[in-house]
Design a binder for this molecule. Sequence first.
Ligand SMILES: [Zn+2]
Length: 291
Amino acid sequence: MNNSFPNTKFDMKNLFNLKILQGSWITFAFILMFLQTNLFAQKPLEGKVILAAFAHPDDEMTVAPILAKYAREGAKIHLVIVTDGRLGVNDKTDYVAGGGVIAMRQREMKCAASKLGVELIHLKYHDQLKSGEGYDGHIPHVRSMIKAMHGIVEKLKPDVIITWGPDGGYAHIDHRLVSLTMTQIFTSRVWDRPTSLYYYGTPTESIEDPKTKWGSSSKIIQGQDKKYLTTHVSYTEEDMIKAYNSVICHVSQLQHTRSWETYKAKREKNGKIIYLRKFVAPTKISNSVFD
Ligand SMILES: [Zn+2]
């Protein structure tokens, strides 16, 4: 009895210590797993920078699902919106062009950017870049815009720029000017970064109704042949939901207040793909236009 008692006591203590030790190891392993999955897990595009440049508050909706996708994958996305959107009124609302609309669209744009998870740079140039004021109004305004955009590219050093294509969606002067400006900046020198420039495009074959309110053929006004739209970026349902939640921020632009079902159906009809055209420059010097 006397011999066995201390042994029993000893065994119990050891067992107790062993359990504490085992518990500590399990806790330690859990902490390690947590750190691995949460702190050290790098997203695939961590460190990459995208600059998306568009003309008006709501233009970003054209590429919204892939902005959400790349943000989810870890890229830092800066969204430049060039104009203040003061002329963005329509016959379905009572809004009057000018100051009230500017303030409203500014708020809507902030909402949309935060839903997408992108950094907003809203330059607030005059809608239509003062083209209504003729040469002396328009040209200084555009030159100022070019310098501002150039400064943004220099400062942010994005890996990639995404902007409107030459069609500007439907030949809108601001859309086309932003596209031209980014092309001009990109080709003004050989940059370390950005290395790539992409234009958003609508495949001609996906335009079902060729006649529009513009009184012309949509295929000619907007369409780009798929031969040139060689970058096809797909996105997930989660990205599409984020994009939809950003699009509906633009309450003053009534056409965007469509239901989730309508939005989803339209996106799915396009195969949940955004088509882009990469700017490609020849790499060899030629001495003939027929090469
Ligand atoms: Zn626009």
